[in-house]
Design a protein around this ligand. Structure first.
Ligand SMILES: [Zn+2]
Length: 200
């Protein structure tokens, strides 16, 4: 529970940091080739949240239609379910994956639209729903995807870094913005295919 609270704190921190750094980008976080990694080390628990455009994780962002696209999408899910190929830690830390949660690409804006309209007798809710709906339309055609992984480490003192091997898995990914709450304090870093190691 404590770790979850920390992770939310990181997410908030990341959102603020992004706002300050990328004010000129009208659409904020969604940028092809650019993923986000939130990291929390809390006692023997390590939590990693990965978020990136589906364009990089799957290869396309629309709902899979052809059999080929469906197979490609299924493959991307399988890859996200194997974080051993995405991240590497010092084996001496003895970190074991204890939980994972996938965040699939959002594909269906129309459903939300209908749902909002079912409630338009409530004026306040209709107003805020309309606002959200507008936002969805701005983002139409784009989808983010990701996963959250929780590890329990037998020797957390040996957990002093992470290697983002996922650049080898996702060739179009160029940059990973990292926000972390670590035993050494709060950190922000940027990883790339040629500098894919974070130490703390
Ligand atoms: Zn996109």
């Amino acid at each position: 529970m404590k770790a979850v609270t920390l992770l939310l704190a990181v997410a908030t921190f990341a959102a603020h940091a992004n706002h300050d750094e990328h004010e000129s980008h009208s659409h904020g976080a969604h940028e092809h080739g650019h993923g986000h990694l939130n990291l929390v080390v809390d006692g023997d628990q390590l939590m990693i949240e990965l978020q990136a455009p589906a364009a990089d994780l799957v290869g396309f962002e629309h709902a899979a239609k052809s059999d080929e696209e469906k197979a490609q999408y299924a493959k991307s899910i399988t890859r996200l379910q194997q974080p051993d190929t995405l991240f590497r830690f010092d084996p001496a830390a003895g970190c074991k994956l204890t939980r994972q949660e996938l965040q699939a690409a959002k594909e269906d804006h129309d459903h939300d639209h209908d749902h909002d309209h079912d409630h338009d007798h409530d004026h306040d809710k209709a107003a805020s729903g309309e606002h959200e709906h507008h936002h969805d339309h701005d983002e139409a055609g784009h989808a983010d995807m990701g996963a959250m992984y929780t590890y329990t480490c037998a020797t957390p003192a040996k957990l002093t870094g992470l290697e983002a091997t996922l650049f080898g898995v996702y060739p179009s990914l160029e940059k990973l913005s990292v926000q972390g709450i670590l035993p050494t304090g709060q950190t922000a870093a940027e990883l790339t295919p040629s500098a894919n190691k974070l130490s703390w």
